[in-house]
Every structure is written in C-alpha cells, then in structure tokens.
Design a protein around this ligand. Structure first.
Ligand code: DOR
Ligand code: ZN
Length: 345
C-alpha cells in the first residue's frame, strides 16, 4: 500500500459550529480540510426560520479566515410551529440543504424540538413533495427507556411510522450508533442515508466508564457495546453509499464537560481525517475511504462532488494538541487512544 492517499476534498455531513467566539475558534479546524458541512441549527435560540438561517450563514462566512474556502450548508431546526411556506422558500432559494429533527429533550439545546410528531406532519409532507431531506436525531426521550436502547426504540416507534406515512420523504439517520440502525439504514433504499461519526468508530461504552468516568467521551447518542462499534466500522468501511461521514464534532469548553452534569459532545474536527485514515487502514479498506468521506454524501444530497483534492501522507505518528484554545476557553480535542500515522499534507 502506498504511503500517499489523494482523494476528492471531503465534506462533513453533520457539524456543530456554534456562534460568536466559539465559531471563530472552531471553524478553521473544519475549513482547513473540508469543503462543505451540514451545519446544525441547535443554537440558543435555535435556527428556526429562513431569516435566522441566512443570518447564521452570514456570521459563519464572516468568521472564516480570508485564506480559507468553505461552504456552510444550512439547516432549519424543526419545531411544532415550523411554517411550511417559510421552509419551502428557504429551500427554493438554495439557502437550506436540510431540516433537522430533534425529539424534544433528546440532547443539547433540543428543548424546542418535537414532542407530538402528528403536529409536524404537514411540514414533513411538504418536505417529501419538494425533496428536502430530514436529518434525524434518532433517540426517544421516554424516561422509562434505557439510554442504551433509545436509538433502537426510536426506529420502531417513530422513524419507521413516519417513513411509512410519508412516502418520498428523504431521511438521514444521523450519527447511528447501533447495529439496529445500520440494518435499518441498509434496508431503506435510495431515500434513506445514515451518517457515522469518527468517534463512534473508535470508542465503545467501556471507554466512557471503565477506570473512571471520561467526560470527553460522553456524547449523544452515547457510545454502545463493542458489537455495535464493530457494526459501525463494517458499515463505514463497506463501500455502501448509504453510509457517509458526519463527524458531529460538537465543541463545549472544558469546564462545561468536566462538571457534575457535563455536556454531551466530542470535538473531533482537528484530527478527524487522521483518525479515519487509521481506521480504514486497520480494516483494510483504504480504497473505500474516499467513498465514505467525499462521495457518498454528495450522492445522497444530490450535490456535485468536490473537484479539488487533498492528500494524506503516512509517516511517524502525528501528535495533535490536547486542546484547542478558543475565545470562549479551552476545548479538548478527541483522543483516539491510538497512534495516528496519516496527516493531511
Ligand atoms: O453529543 C452531542 N452533542 N450530541 C448531540 O446530539 C448534540 C451535540 C451538541 O450540540 O453538543
Ligand atoms: Zn450533532
């Protein structure tokens, strides 16, 4: 195997950039390597209207260093009050690429999410009509459902009924963490895709809990058993176009992670491509790396693939800093607990 890999410039199909000083701090970490990213709308307050998405897109553009190129692909945060006409206009003008569904209470800043799925039926029907994809945080929030089962239960109780009731709705199962989700995504045909994060290919639940609690490995959906991690690895490296990269890189400053009630999220923007190259090499799948990071996502979203390329080179282990300093404070960079030999050159 050659020690150089050249691929079309990748995209990140699920990214948290936040706002203000944090946005300024983390954006170059993604823009350095990625051409585009689907930008999550879970700001405080959330990005609910077309006007809010346009203003957020402009803030992202303004935060981008002059020597970098990057296209934010904007999303709207679905609420029970989303106006189908405003959404359709934002889509028609090219402003938004997707709509994000958070079940209320499922994760960070999801309080305005959906409680009663019947109330968003007209919006979902309109999305199916106009071909606007729905990105789904697939976890139920019922207090009586164990947190490790919340993804699998969501598929049966919420996702499958919605898809059956809304033919033509294009859905991305975001950050899948279980073999159940992998199996369901595989069975869904052209209208169903699934993103997989970098960190869920690396950690299982033991990494969070054994030998002391590791807040920087805590994210949502929470990492599951090893057998699920292996199912994610098999899916990501399979070459199947259903599966593509969505890092879910989600920065929180260290004091908010390292406290009695720590925030969910792993920050992987800085070292994602080095980690993924290592993972694909370990699994003998470097020939399928470009598909996962650069080709399958555009295919699902009906967007052109990027024309320019990046090159990764293999050599002595690359050492990434432990933290990124942002104007809001330090953000710990995900530690994959293994040497990384591939660097973007
Ligand atoms: O771990 C997560 N962090 N999961 C999410 O769904 C949200 C994200 C965040 O915004 O911090
Ligand atoms: Zn996310």
């Amino acid at each position: 195997m050659s020690d150089t890999l050249t691929l079309r410039r990748p995209d990140d199909w699920h990214l948290h950039l936040r706002d203000g000083a944090m946005l300024k701090g983390v954006l170059p970490e993604t823009a350095r390597h990625f051409a585009r990213a689907i930008i999550m709308p879970n700001l405080v307050p959330p990005v609910v209207t077309g006007a809010q998405a346009a203003a957020y897109r402009d803030r992202i553009r303004a935060a981008l260093p002059d020597d970098m190129r990057f296209e934010p692909l904007m999303t709207l945060y679905l609420t029970e009050d989303t106006d189908p006409d405003d959404m359709a206009a934002a889509h028609a003008s090219g402003l938004i690429t997707a709509v994000k569904l958070y079940p209320a209470g499922a994760t960070t800043n999801s309080a305005s999410g959906v409680r009663d799925f019947e109330r968003v039926r007209p919006v979902l029907e309109r999305m199916a009509e106009i071909g606007l994809p729905l990105c789904v945080h697939g976890e139920v929030t019922d207090a009586d459902i164990d947190i490790f089962d919340r993804e699998a239960v969501f598929i049966d109780r919420v996702l499958d009924p919605i898809r059956r009731a809304t033919p033509g709705l294009r859905v991305v199962m975001e950050h899948v963490t279980t073999s159940d989700a992998v199996d369901y995504a595989r069975s869904g045909g052209e209208d169903l895709g699934a993103t997989i994060t970098t960190h869920h290919l690396v950690i299982n639940r033991n990494d969070i809990l054994v030998g002391g609690i590791k807040p920087h490995y805590y994210c949502l959906p929470v990492a599951k058993r090893e057998e699920h991690r292996l199912a994610l690895r098999a899916a990501a490296t399979s070459g199947e176009p259903t599966f593509f990269l969505g890092t879910d890189s989600a920065p929180h400053v260290d004091p908010l992670k390292e406290q009695a009630c720590g925030c969910a999220g792993c920050f992987t923007a800085t070292n994602t491509l080095s980690i993924l190259a290592e993972v694909f090499e370990q699994d003998g799948a470097l020939d399928r790396f470009e598909g996962f990071v650069s080709l399958h996502g555009p295919r699902f979203y009906h967007l052109p693939v990027n024309e320019d390329t990046i090159t990764l080179t293999k050599g002595d282990p690359v050492v990434y800093p432990a933290k990124l300093d942002t104007g809001e404070g330090p953000v710990t960079i995900f530690d994959p607990m293994m040497p990384l030999h591939w660097r973007v050159t």
